[in-house]
Ligand binder design. Structure first.
Ligand code: GLY
Length: 354
């Protein structure tokens, strides 16, 4: 078991990683709910897998457990589900002395986190990631959101959790495809800032999943401590996401986030290489590593199909956008550019003319 402290300007909290942590969730977090009630938010898939273990632990610590279950999948990350969850919180008569427990992957954490931030202007929040993607990224750092038909994560807040408990045994129940999606975010951290992690991943993870998660969470903790509100350095965590979100949107959110980010990293790296911003060997090394983790490296979507979604991405500020561009394996830069330059990067990334 290991603990990493996140010192975000708005809140300091601990992220604990270890096997069977769900069985200890009650004793580790009951103090956050002096009112005695725990609302567990989870999806229809995770409910059957992990809710009974969590509920038993919370009840053993003296908490009354309520549960809100929504259909698994990104399609649930909507204003409608959020409204239903907020109404359920009111029907349960939750108060600020009760706590919300987000049990699941990124959709659950984003949705439950936003509801916890909004209901009565803020309830204690415990994040319990059960996917690798949520463990290394979305459960830490306080970004919460739902999607609009116009785009992903367009309605949200920054709202840090009070505690994150990552039960690494729960990650072992993940289907291989789901685990691969998490590795897309792990590879993102490596490409963005950690050449040693990149080399470790190339060598195979050797069963050291907890160490890999700890490394990613430590990187994220440092970034969030310096730029909680995403004004500068934190934007580097969006490496691969500008084009990745466009692929997700173009597919009607049928392409999984991890697959989209994997392809998004390839597109921006290819464009960076072709513009002379990044050494040529970075591209085959990245493509090779993604393939090793069974992630896609190409998309069939055209520039026309992706461009509209790219230009409505929330990473746009006024008429300029910030692109995260690799400089080498383990380092990247933020480029604030005009829409025309974004189009040029997308075109080069897809293999178009320089
Ligand atoms: N997922 C990127 C961030 O938390 O900033």
């Amino acid at each position: 078991m290991q603990t990493i402290t996140v010192r975000a300007p708005s809140k300091t909290y601990e992220v604990t990683l270890g096997r069977a942590l769900l069985t200890q969730a009650g004793e580790l977090t009951a103090h956050l709910a002096p009112g005695g009630r725990a609302l567990v938010v989870t999806d229809s898939h995770v409910d059957a897998l992990h809710f009974p273990t969590l509920a038993k632990s919370l009840r053993a610590a003296g908490l009354t457990v309520e549960k809100f279950v929504f259909p698994a999948g990104e399609a649930s990350k909507t204003m409608d589900t959020l409204a239903a969850l907020l109404s359920y919180m009111a029907a349960c008569r939750l108060t600020r002395a009760d706590a919300v427990y987000a049990l699941g992957g990124g959709v659950t954490g984003d949705l439950a986190g936003l509801a916890a931030a909004l209901y009565m202007r803020g309830l204690p929040l415990v994040q319990l990631p059960t996917t690798l993607l949520a463990a290394v990224d979305s459960s830490v750092g306080g970004k919460t959101a739902v999607d609009l038909p116009e785009g992903k994560n367009l309605v949200g807040t920054f709202f840090q959790p009070d505690r994150v408990l990552c039960d690494t045994a729960a990650l072992e129940t993940l289907p291989p495809a789901e685990l691969a999606c998490g590795y897309a975010e792990v590879i993102k951290y490596a490409l963005m800032t950690d050449r040693a992690l990149f080399d470790t991943l190339c060598a195979g993870d050797g069963g050291a999943l907890e160490q890999i998660i700890a490394r990613c969470v430590s990187i994220k903790a440092a970034v969030v401590a310096g730029d909680e509100l995403d004004r500068g350095e934190r934007q580097k965590l969006n490496l691969g996401h500008t084009f990745g979100h466009a692929i997700e949107k173009a597919s009607g959110y049928t392409v999984p986030h991890g697959h989209a980010v994997a392809v998004g990293m390839v597109l921006v790296t290819r464009a960076a290489v072709r513009r002379g911003l990044c050494p040529a060997d970075c591209l085959p090394r990245l493509v090779g590593l993604l393939a090793q983790y069974r992630l896609p490296t190409e998309t069939a979507y055209t520039e026309e199909e992706l461009l509209g979604a790219v230009l409505t991405d929330k990473k746009r500020a006024g008429d300029r956008m910030t692109l995260v561009v690799p400089r080498e394996i383990g380092a990247c830069d933020l480029l604030t550019v005009e829409p025309e330059t974004v189009r040029a990067f997308l075109s080069l990334g897809l293999g178009g003319q320089p």
